[in-house]
Design a protein around this ligand. Structure first.
Ligand code: NAD
Length: 500
């Protein structure tokens, strides 16, 4: 076993050279070994980083031309594309998801960088000539200053990339606080910004826990916070950040339902349920965890899913397995506890993930795909966000009962309907109270030029991530009313200006 690597902050383009008062361990979840020792930032260090970022914004990047910003963005896009396999390997080593899945995550993040390359077009304002006689009016959007991004463990590259390229393209300086469980992908990405020619101090990474987050949420020079994580922390971040005068977008947890109507192609629906239920070991905010089956097809659908589950291989993500481990031993134990809770509550355990074998060395944090049938609201397997490879089938009598179930859920991140009936699909997309809807698409993550975000307890704040909402979030509007003086404009008039 090799000794753990030190993992530290990236401040003004360089690794931090200080000595941390507190550290935490980073694991390889496939082997259970400690692979890294992470420096945790104190509040004082966070204040220093914010000051560095503010200076870089005030003295340079906040005034950089769009031409210059775009050149950096294009170079960053090329470098990220060049290094995507290397970053995917870092993700697999610390998160555990299989390599192909990790590469998919980086690619979706890359698409946001590509979107941000179009920033000159996205920041074009309006212009009205002669709004009043000889008076022109125009609108511009300007950067905010220092913005903070706080990201979760489950997408260590993609979630930072939802925000950072857009924030930088808009002319802001960024302090990113990645998850302390798998920080290395974010650090590698920060280094690429420097190589792309971004001035030092515009992109910084501080590692840490609640102390670092609280320092960012309360610092007067942090103007905006983009957070992604669990609902309880998202609510806290939103309330604390807004109480300190910041704009905040805080994306929270999820419980995503997939409704299968009797006319659906059940083979396609079974494939989709497997992919969306067990991809990334169910540790996706868009994972399907509740499969809502209309009664008449439920037995057949459960059989098809069970069949497919028998062929899934769970193991080390570098060895070609379908599904990797969970992120930590504690999380694996928490997820496993739901299996007993489900049985006790009366659900039918169709496939028990504890019975499986794993292709891995050491003592990794594994739990194989698990299937429950006859799950009902009120059971903890249904009510809680489990965030693991546990798929629950809930049987309903009709479309209306399925819709009612989904709309009664406190979360509203993603959902999907499987049907061949265009009218039913159209009705569903109109009636369902969820932010992202799939029609025969089980993980409807919007492309980068649309915006990502849920409803209800899945998002606190007004703005979704990336797309035009992201550009709005990272800029503030200004309207200029201009008149170039000529002699006819003279004369004193204390009345409120009227247009003529
Ligand atoms: P988490 O809430 O534990 O952590 C998220 C971030 O908050 C991390 O950077 C962490 O260091 C920080 N944090 C943790 N506890 C804190 C505290 N008490 N005070 C201040 N900061 C704190 O979430 P996680 O376990 O890393 O990620 C999984 C969760 O994220 C799931 O609930 C998942 O649904 C959610 N998620 C949501 C989306 C979305 O788009 N809605 C996307 C990805 C993940």
């Amino acid at each position: 076993m090799s000794s753990p690597t030190r993992i530290t902050h990236v401040i003004a383009g360089a690794p931090w050279s200080g000595t941390a008062e507190r550290t935490s361990e980073v694991f390889n979840p496939a082997t259970g070994e400690v692979s890294g020792t992470l420096d945790l930032a104190s509040a004082d260090l966070v204040f220093e980083v914010v000051a560095t970022a503010k200076q870089a914004w005030r003295d340079d990047w906040g005034h950089a031309s769009l031409a210059r910003r775009t050149q950096v963005l294009f170079r960053f896009r090329e470098l990220l594309n060049r290094d995507k396999e290397r970053i995917a390997a870092l993700i697999t080593a610390e998160h555990g998801k299989v390599l192909s899945d990790a590469l998919g995550e980086v690619t979706r993040g890359l698409e946001v960088a590509e979107f941000a390359c179009g920033i000159p077009h996205l920041l074009k304002g309006g212009f009205t000539e002669n709004a009043s006689t000889s008076v022109d009016v125009y609108s511009i959007r300007q950067s905010l200053g220092v913005v903070a991004v706080i990201s979760p463990f489950n997408f260590p590259a993609m979630v930072p990339l939802w925000f950072v390229p857009v924030a930088i393209a808009c002319g802001n300086a960024v302090v990113l606080k990645p998850s302390e469980k798998d920080p290395s992908a974010a650090i590698a990405i920060a280094e690429l910004w420097r190589e792309a020619g971004l001035p030092d101090g515009v992109m910084n990474v501080v590692n840490g826990d609640k102390e670092a987050v609280d320092a960012l949420l309360t610092h007067p020079d942090v103007k905006a916070v983009s957070f992604v994580g669990s609902t309880a922390i998202a609510r806290y971040v939103y309330e604390t950040g807004t109480a300190h005068g910041k704009r905040v977008q805080a994306l929270g947890g999820a419980k995503n339902h997939m409704l299968v109507l009797p006319d659906a192609d059940l083979d396609l629906a079974a494939d989709a349920a497997i992919n969306a239920g067990f991809g990334s070991a169910g540790e996706r905010c868009m994972a399907i965890s509740a499969l809502v089956a209309v009664d008449v097809i439920a037995d057949e659908l459960v059989e098809k899913i069970k069949d497919r589950m028998g062929k899934l291989r769970t193991g080390d993500g570098t060895r070609g397995a379908d599904m990797g481990p969970l992120v930590t031993a504690q999380h694996r134990d928490r997820v496993t506890a739901y299996l007993d809770a489900g049985v006790e509550a009366g659900a039918e355990l169709v496939v028990d993930g504890r019975d499986a074998e794993y292709d891995a060395d050491g003592d990794g944090f594994f739990l194989a795909p698990t299937l429950f049938d006859r799950v009902e609201p009120g059971m903890s397997v249904y009510d809680d966000e489990i965030f693991g490879p546990v798929l629950s089938v809930v049987r309903v009598a009709s479309y209306d009962e399925g819709l009612e179930l989904i709309n009664a859920n406190p979360y509203g991140n993603g959902t999907a309907i499987f049907t061949n009936d265009g009218g039913a699909a159209r009705r569903f997309q109109h009636e369902v109270e969820v932010g992202m809807v799939g029609v025969n698409v089980p993980i409807p993550v919007p492309v980068s030029y649309y915006s990502f975000g849920g409803w209800k307890n899945s998002l606190f704040g007004d703005s979704h991530a990336h797309g035009t909402e992201g550009v709005h979030f990272f800029t503030r509007g200004k309207v200029v009313t201009a008149r170039w003086l000529d002699p006819s404009h003279g004369g004193v008039n204390l009345g409120f200006p009227q247009n003529d």
